[in-house]
Structure formats: C-alpha cells, structure tokens
Design a protein around this ligand. Structure first.
Ligand code: GLC
Length: 436
C-alpha cells in the first residue's frame, strides 16, 4: 500500500500524465499509439482535470463536441491534426463533409453527460455557462442513439470499435459470421507500438476494416447502417452507459429548468431494454447478436456496469464476489475461469481500471459501499505499484498496452487516490432501486 508521501507524488505523476497528453484543449489517450481525441477517453480526461484544473476539464468536453455531426452523432475519434503514425486515419473512414472536424464514422459509449455533471458539481458558480452550452449537444447525441442505435430498448453497435471494447469475446460469434472479402491492402500501426500478443489478431483486424469499408460504402447513413451493417450487436456497455447518462442529463435538465419528458421516456425504454440483455439461463447481462437473437453466454466487465445504470442485480453481486476471490486485481474484462480468458490480450481478460471506477460509482449509488471500496483499494494498489498503463493482467498486475495513459491517470486522481474526493453518490436524481 501507499503511504501519504507516495500518494502525493503519485498524484503529481498522474497530473503530469494528463499534462503530457494534453494537445491544447483536448487530450490524446497516450502518445504514439493513439494520437487523436477519442470520445469516451475524453470524458474520463475531463473527470481527471476537474480535480485540479476546472477550465481545462470544460475545454476537454467542449473540444469533443466541436466534432459533433449535424445528425447529433459524436464521433469516436476526432482527427484534429494529421498523424501518419496511426492507422486507419481519416482517408480510410471517408467521412468528408459529414462533420465539422475530420473524424471516424461511428460513436462510442456516451459517458460525457455523466462527467459533465460531475464537473459541474465541482464548479457550480462558473460552470453554469458550460452546462448551458453542453446540454443541447448532449441531448442531440442521446437522441441520435435513441433514434438510430436502439433496438427494443437495447443500444446496439455496428462496429466493435463503437462499443469501446474492441476484441471482447462478446463479438466472437458475430465476427465469425463475417467474411471480410475485398478489403484494401493495409499495414497495421498499433503492433509497431505494442506487443502483438496484447492486441487484437489479424482476423479481427481484417473484419474491423471490412466493417469500416461497409460503413463508408453506405455513406455512414444512419438508416442504411441500422438496416444493412453486417455487425449488429446489442451491447451492455452502451445500454448501461446511456441509461446512466440519461439520468445525469435529467439532473442537468432540472438544474437548467428544461423540460425533461423526452429524457424520462428514454430512461423507461432503456430500463426495459436492459432487462432483455439478461440471459434467462444465467441471470447475467450479456451482449445479444441481433442477427441471430443469441446471448453471448459469457461474463465480461460490461455486465458489472448494471449498478452504474441504476439497476440492482444479486447475480452480478455474486459474480463480483467471485471475481474478488479469483484474481488479485479485478474486474477482468473476461471471467478468469472462462476458457477464452487471455490475461494480457486487450478486452479478452485484462483489467481496465476506468471500468472499475465507474463500476464503483454505481455500487455506491446502489447501496454497496463496501464492494465499491474493495474495488477502489485494489485498483489503487495496482496503479501505485504498476503505474498508469492502459490495462493490466488481473492476476499478476503486469501492465499492458500503452503506458502513461490518460484515463488511467484521470481515474487515479478522481477516484483511486487516497486524496481523491469521496464520491457521495448521484445526489439529485435517485436511481430506481428495483430488485431483480
Ligand atoms: C482502444 C479501446 C477504446 C479506447 C481507445 C483509445 O481502441 O478499446 O475503448 O477508447 O483504445 O484509448
């Protein structure tokens, strides 16, 4: 464990990571591997900056929304400045003319409303002008999800990258059904930065690019994509995060005196949809391949976001207790006893501490403070001992992927560090505490 002096110097190191990845009004996730602005990474970055530089927290969010498409879609990558070290760049996405900033053609988990609210709670006086500006943009983005990515209350993704969990076991079935014919020749850049054993395989990558080409061929048209993308999977990450984000947007609407009937309607729809994600056989929240109707049949870290969404689940609480027993540094992205668990390969086993941070916020909101604290203490030990890496082996704590990672440093400052402010729970709107 860290002593007081250690954690103060770790706080300094974390702030230095955020400063080092600052490109002027926005952050890159890490130098080299990810040289642009990523959508949900920026939400976490804002939460980190909010601990020591509130104006910079607001500019992170505002720069992110500078890339919003007229449709309301907020892209998963904004290519603010060219960088030949990254593939696939803007020319591969073919989105010219669709948005104000060169970008990808898909979105990412909508954490921004939640971090807007948490930033505002630290900055009530000066922050009002920022929430006034952000509110309509957040509303338009959430409306886009509800209109174009919602199937029976479940939010679906049209590309694995849209979920933020690129190569999770959840996609194995739907990805195997895709034949990536006719893709242009390409050279990966990620494996020049990181050991290939920690990254997705070539089979995955061929399909990622095939799906980008399909989206491009469809002109990134929302109706056509919902209709004809070969990959269409209802995702617990997206569904839970949007449900939570709508609750936070509702709180912002109340603060601003805005009419909130539309948001309340979305919350009801998503609460029903979230229940559909529950596999009746196991009681676990799982992805569903909308092409076949099949549940994915495995336990990933996405399922532990139920509390963050305001949904109680004794089965998941049992899974969390098992995860504490089975590994030193939970929550693994894939259950460690699953034959497909792969301790170092990206979303197929490693622990991602930003997922732990939001899981813990949910546990606190839903009345499980001890479990939240256990998760915080173990995550804090991991980061104190192994640094601010992208992700970690849940058994050994070995760091993996990119080093000096923005969201890892951010959640240290906002949540894991002993000097982080204690999260008091979502105060203005009580999430529904339904029992299973
Ligand atoms: C990877 C992650 C994704 C993240 C991005 C930038 O693609 O899977 O969630 O947003 O890297 O950090």
């Amino acid at each position: 464990m860290t002593n007081a002096r250690d954690h103060i110097s770790l706080d300094e190191q974390a702030r230095a990571v955020l400063r080092g990845n600052d490109r002027g009004g926005y952050s890159v996730p890490t130098d080299g591997l990810y040289p642009y602005q990523w959508n949900w990474d920026s939400g976490f970055a804002a939460w980190g900056f909010a601990q020591f530089d509130l104006p910079r927290a607001w500019s992170e969010l505002e720069t992110l929304f500078s890339g919003q498409w007229p449709t309301g879609m907020l892209p998963h990558i904004l290519f603010h400045r060219p960088d030949p070290g990254y593939f696939p760049g803007p020319e591969v996405w073919g989105t010219e003319g669709l948005g104000p900033v060169p970008s990808s053609g898909i979105s990412q988990p909508p954490v921004a409303a939640t971090f807007t609210r948490l930033t505002y709670e630290k900055d009530r006086a000066a922050g009002r002008v920022h929430i006034e500006a952000l509110y309509p943009k957040l509303l338009a983005w959430h409306r886009w999800f509800m209109q174009w990515r919602c199937h029976e209350g479940m939010i679906f993704v049209t590309h694995p990258w849209e979920s933020g969990r690129d190569n999770t076991v959840d996609w194995d079935g739907p990805m195997a059904a895709i034949d990536p014919v006719g893709i242009d020749p390409y050279t990966r850049r990620d494996t020049a930065h990181v050991d290939p054993h920690m990254r997705p395989t070539k089979e995955d990558y061929d399909r990622y690019l095939y799906l980008v080409q399909r989206g491009r061929d469809l002109g990134w048209d929302d109706a056509k994509m919902a209709d004809s993308m070969p990959f269409k999977v209802a995702d617990p990450t997206m569904t839970f995060i949007l449900l939570r984000a709508n609750r936070d947007l509702l709180a912002l609407a109340a603060e601003l005196g805005e009419d909130s009937a539309e948001i309340e309607g979305w919350i009801n729809v998503l609460e029903e949809g979230a229940e559909r994600l529950r596999n009746p056989a196991s009681g676990v929240f799982e992805a569903i391949d909308l092409k076949t109707g099949a549940h994915a049949g495995n336990v990933t870290s996405a399922a532990f976001l139920c509390w963050y969404a305001g949904i109680e689940c004794p089965v998941m609480l049992g899974e969390l207790m098992e995860a504490f027993e089975a590994s030193q540094f939970p929550v693994p992205s894939q259950k460690v006893t699953d034959p497909k668990f792969d301790a170092m390969r990206y979303w197929r086993g490693p622990t991602w501490t930003m997922m732990n941070a939001i899981t813990a916020l949910g546990l606190i909101d839903m009345g499980h403070p001890d479990a939240a604290e256990e998760l915080r203490i173990r995550s804090a030990r991991l980061l104190a001992e192994r640094g601010f890496a992208e992700y970690f082996n849940p058994h050994t704590g070995d760091p993996a992927g990119g080093g000096t990672f923005t969201w890892t440093a951010a959640i240290w400052l906002a949540w894991a560090s002993p000097s982080a402010p204690a999260y008091q729970g979502a105060t203005q709107t009580e999430p529904q505490r339904g029992e299973q």
